[in-house]
Design a protein around this ligand. Structure first.
Ligand code: FMN
Length: 322
């Protein structure tokens, strides 16, 4: 395990709540942080851009008030996700707001840009960059990212195709900084497994869709509860980049999830202007078989905290090796 920036120490459990397009919102972020894990949301969820100012004020004020009341058990830090793709015309505007509120952690996706890293560092923030292979990991660190998020096969949203073992093994050969792992992690024992593999944090997205705070329809939340990995399809049809989606939502849109055409790469859509594909076609990783009901964020984090503690104890007391 690596030496991590102080901002990423003292979490209740080594988990980062992953940013979810449309779904994450200040209420979810605040509850994740109060529960002791890093909370996050994409800047682009605040529409129009001016709403981001209000949302960042809400998050920082509410967490400061919570910390004043709970000095012995303060909230975890929060993160804002920036889509660093040329289609995101708000990037500079949104980074200025991150500077205004001194957002402690910036998560960058879909491109590694030095000026974004420099901007975050200029006010004392750190940057975690998400990658799907070792080549992109090298690029991000060479350009100045502080840490990496390895997005392996089975993750929700724009997932990669690599085994989590392959990704972590390759990255740990040369990088000993902060490393989060994502892809189907939904239980406390899986969080421990991510650490055992060499990651510092588990990066969990899809299970938070089935929380009361998530900005998703009841049908979407219930579909997360009812579905398993058999109900997930990997396709590039909807945004131009391969991602994992719930089959029932594809069927509801009148398409055959088992016979989807390939996308037209000139029509990439990461939600910058047009959020429609993400509203109608529901993103989800393969790990949702472990999600049994719709709960509060606090209850879900309590559950994985208990599972994590139990798994750690079991590992120590019941080792199968001599
Ligand atoms: C519905 C949905 C929307 C997502 N939106 C974003 C996003 O806007 N930005 C981003 O960096 N990742 C996004 N992701 C990916 C997650 O941040 C994270 O990598 C992924 O959920 C982890 O895998 P898991 O869902 O199996 O836990 C999204 C994932 C889902 C399921």
């Amino acid at each position: 395990m690596s030496e991590n920036p102080s901002i990423l120490q003292n979490l209740r459990i080594p988990v980062i709540g992953a940013p979810l397009f449309i779904i994450s919102n200040p209420k979810l972020v605040i509850e994740q942080c109060k529960a002791g894990i890093v909370g996050s949301m994409p800047a682009l969820n605040a529409r129009p851009g001016s709403l981001l100012d209000e949302w960042l004020a809400e998050i920082t004020e509410e967490l400061a008030a919570y910390n004043a009341k709970n000095p012995d058990c303060p909230a975890a830090p929060f993160a804002i996700n920036q889509i660093v793709h040329k289609s995101n015309k708000r990037l500079e505007h949104d980074m200025e707001l991150c500077e205004k509120y001194k957002v402690p952690i910036i998560i960058t996706s879909l491109g590694a840009r030095e000026e974004v890293y420099d901007h975050a560092h200029s006010y004392g923030g750190i940057v975690l960059h998400d990658i799907i292979n070792n080549t992109f990991a090298h690029k991000a660190i060479d350009k100045g990212a502080d840490g990496l998020i390895a997005v392996s096969a089975g993750a929700g949203g724009h997932a990669g195709v690599k085994s989590p073992f392959a990704l972590v093994q390759e990255i740990r050969q040369w990088f000993d900084g902060p490393l989060a792992l994502s892809g189907s992690i939904a239980t406390g024992s899986s969080v421990l497994a991510a650490q055992a593999m060499g990651a510092d944090y588990a990066y969990i997205g899809s299970p938070f869709i089935a929380t009361h705070e998530a900005r998703a329809s009841e049908e979407y939340k219930q579909s997360i509860v009812d579905s398993t990995s058999d109900d997930i399809v990997y396709s590039n049809l909807f945004t131009g980049v391969h991602g994992n989606y719930l089959k029932p939502s594809i069927q509801a849109a009148g398409l055959d999830p088992d016979n989807l055409p390939e996308s037209d790469p000139s029509k990439m859509n990461f939600g910058g202007e047009d959020a429609k594909p993400w509203k109608d076609i529901w993103g989800s990783g393969q790990g949702i078989g472990a999600v049994q009901d719709i709960t509060s964020t606090a209850d879900y984090v309590d559950k994985i905290y208990n599972e994590y503690s139990e798994a750690r104890n079991n590992l120590i007391s019941g080792s199968a090796v001599r």
